[in-house]
Ligand binder design. Structure first.
Ligand code: CMP
Length: 139
């Protein structure tokens, strides 16, 4: 089933000039980049994006971190794109992520784990809509 999912290259990875490598890994995995933008989130915008985590103890730190520098947002399309991108990212904690995954290769900590990806179709719809308008995703 063709799907579109949402990815973020997080501030730690953007700061270390890893965007090209991460975008290349997406394409090598058969995913198509159908939307792409670089931006700097405000604390409020980061809080809106991660609203589902607002009661979690790491929320303050996470939203500080996500607004600490530029991010690169990507809309990815392909066969089972949500699962495909999550597989390529690996587990949330880089220390537990499988060898060869992006978080294992590039993640520095549970928070600075290099990349984000939507975890379900409903989340993907919310996250894509949070960052892209209809004209900015070109299939
Ligand atoms: P992400 O996939 O972007 O979704 C929420 C983020 O919160 C997660 O990646 C981690 O970077 C971050 N985070 C920080 N602490 C935790 C934690 N204890 N459990 C899960 N996620 C955490």
């Amino acid at each position: 089933m063709q799907q579109t999912t949402f990815a973020i290259i997080k501030p730690d990875a953007v700061a270390r000039n890893l965007c090209g490598e991460i975008l290349a890994a997406m394409e090598s995995a058969g995913l198509r980049i159908v939307g792409l933008k670089r931006l700097r989130l405000s604390k409020l915008q980061a809080a809106g994006f991660y609203a589902v985590h607002r009661e979690r103890p790491f929320f303050e730190s996470l939203t500080d971190y996500m607004s600490s520098g530029p991010v690169v947002c990507v809309a990815l399309r392909g066969e089972n794109a949500i699962a495909a991108w999550r597989g390529l990212m690996g587990a949330t904690d880089p220390a537990k992520a499988e060898p060869g995954t992006l978080r294992r290769k590039y993640g520095q900590s549970l928070e600075a784990n290099a990349v984000h990806g939507s975890d379900a179709p409903e989340t993907a719809a919310f996250e894509l809509g949070y960052f892209f308008n209809g004209l900015e995703i070109v299939e």
